[in-house]
Ligand binder design. Structure first.
Ligand SMILES: NC(=O)c1ccc[n+]([C@@H]2O[C@H](COP(=O)([O-])OP(=O)(O)OC[C@H]3O[C@@H](n4cnc5c(N)ncnc54)[C@H](OP(=O)(O)O)[C@@H]3O)[C@@H](O)[C@H]2O)c1
Length: 373
């Protein structure tokens, strides 16, 4: 490891501590180094809170003069909830800035780096880029695609089934796998299910451990059948519940849900794309089933990543529910090709993702590896 890589690795470790709490912002870490010694470090802990650069430079104080600042993400050049960081970095007196990965947000992209260079600061980019990109994958992909990052998640038998024909799914996966899935929710702004799942399973859909920032649970429900007495609705104080419904919601059911604290969102077309447009302010969504909803997202090709928790069992049955329902493909060629080797359990092992992955035999098909046919 070069010294640059070593300090960037430290900045990435710091950034990773913010995972789950900075949404919808990215996680960011910063280390300020002078004469080979760390003189200040910081991380972005929550949206609306101080940025990593600000904390690290404050700690460094006068020692920032002539120092090198290691940043896991290009500093912002626009005013959001807090003032822009690039001018602050420039004013701190650092002589050099090392950045792991650029920010694709059009308000930032390249502007932060240009501003630093214009002030005579030496800028190096791309140090531990892949690790940094993986850490903020949801944020970076959403910014580049200009729609929320979408993960499709299912817990299934080896023959690809998520429930019996009568809709019973408890349990196919084991507790370790289910705990990992609840942990995965921490990385997302929101989770979504179809009304079929709410009626069959009465799920809670909260992350575990809980997050302190806002977390949204979304139900796709054209006829407003979400029961007011469901665990979802009863737990609305722990996380917002949004029911996406058709253009003319049933007035009485709507009033009852709204009275219980649910946001009922009439949507012209309850397609995956229409829903994503309606979900304003949500930058990452984990779609958790059931079969019809996962199938709809697959069919519409609206997803960036798939995580399948595969239980070591065969369920069988002609009518057991397949993980991805939706319209039937006409030929095998209509399937979605994944990268070579994807069938051989590509398990995400990145330590930066900490306890979130790898706990339960899950198979990840990450965004960068999903090739659209
Ligand atoms: N093992 C697992 O990981 C797992 C996870 C979740 C669920 N499950 C199981 O899956 C079963 C439920 O699956 P399901 O297929 O019956 O129901 P589902 O996918 O949960 O819900 C489907 C319903 O959602 C509504 N919907 C609204 N917009 C939609 C859209 N764009 N695309 C698709 N559906 C839309 C439709 O009802 P309206 O027309 O009334 O709106 C549709 O009938 C249950 O048995 C549950 O236990 C298993």
């Amino acid at each position: 490891m070069t010294p640059d890589e070593r300090f960037m690795a430290r900045a990435l470790d710091l950034a990773a501590r913010g995972l789950g709490e900075t949404n919808p912002n990215p996680v960011v870490g910063c280390v300020v180094v002078r004469g080979g010694r760390v003189v200040g470090e910081g991380l972005h802990r929550r949206a609306g809170g101080p940025h990593a650069e600000v904390i690290a430079l404050q700690k460094a104080g006068a020692r920032a003069k002539g120092a090198t600042a290691y940043l896991t993400l290009e500093p912002c050049a626009h005013t959001g909830r807090t003032p822009p960081c690039a001018p602050l970095v420039a004013a701190s007196g650092v002589a050099r800035v090392v950045v792991a990965v650029g920010d694709p947000d059009p308000r930032v992209s390249g502007r932060g780096l240009r501003l630093l260079r214009a002030k005579g600061i030496r800028v190096t980019t791309g140090v531990l880029r892949d690790r940094a990109a993986l850490l903020n994958e949801r944020f970076l992909v959403a910014a580049a695609r200009r729609r929320p990052f979408v993960l499709l998640k299912a817990g299934l038998s080896l023959d690809g089934r998520i429930a019996t024909a009568s809709g019973r799914s408890r349990w196919i996966t084991d507790e370790r796998q289910r705990r990992a899935a609840r942990g995965l929710r921490r990385l997302f702004d929101a989770v979504a299910v179809g009304i079929g799942t709410v009626l069959a399973d009465d799920p809670l859909l909260l992350p575990e451990p809980r997050v302190r920032r806002p977390f949204t649970r979304v139900v796709f429900d054209r006829r407003l059948r979400t029961p007011v007495g469901s665990r979802l609705v009863r737990s609305v104080s722990e996380g917002r519940v949004v029911v996406l419904t058709g253009p003319r919601p049933h007035p009485r059911r709507r009033a009852a849900l709204e009275k219980a604290g649910v946001d009922v969102l009439p949507t012209r077309a309850l397609t995956p794309r229409g829903a994503l447009r309606a979900l304003d302010g949500i930058a990452s969504l984990m779609v958790e089933g059931g079969s019809a909803l996962l199938g709809a997202f697959l069919h519409a090709r609206v997803f960036d990543q798939v995580v399948l928790f595969r239980a070591p069992m065969l369920l069988g049955g002609r009518n057991s529910l397949s993980a991805f329902g939706g319209p039937d493909p006409k030929a095998p060629a209509d399937g979605i090709p994944l990268a070579p080797g994807a069938d051989r359990a590509l398990i995400a092992q990145d330590p930066a993702l900490g306890a979130v992955v790898g706990a339960g035999g899950e198979v990840w098909y990450p965004a960068v590896r999903v090739r659209r046919g």
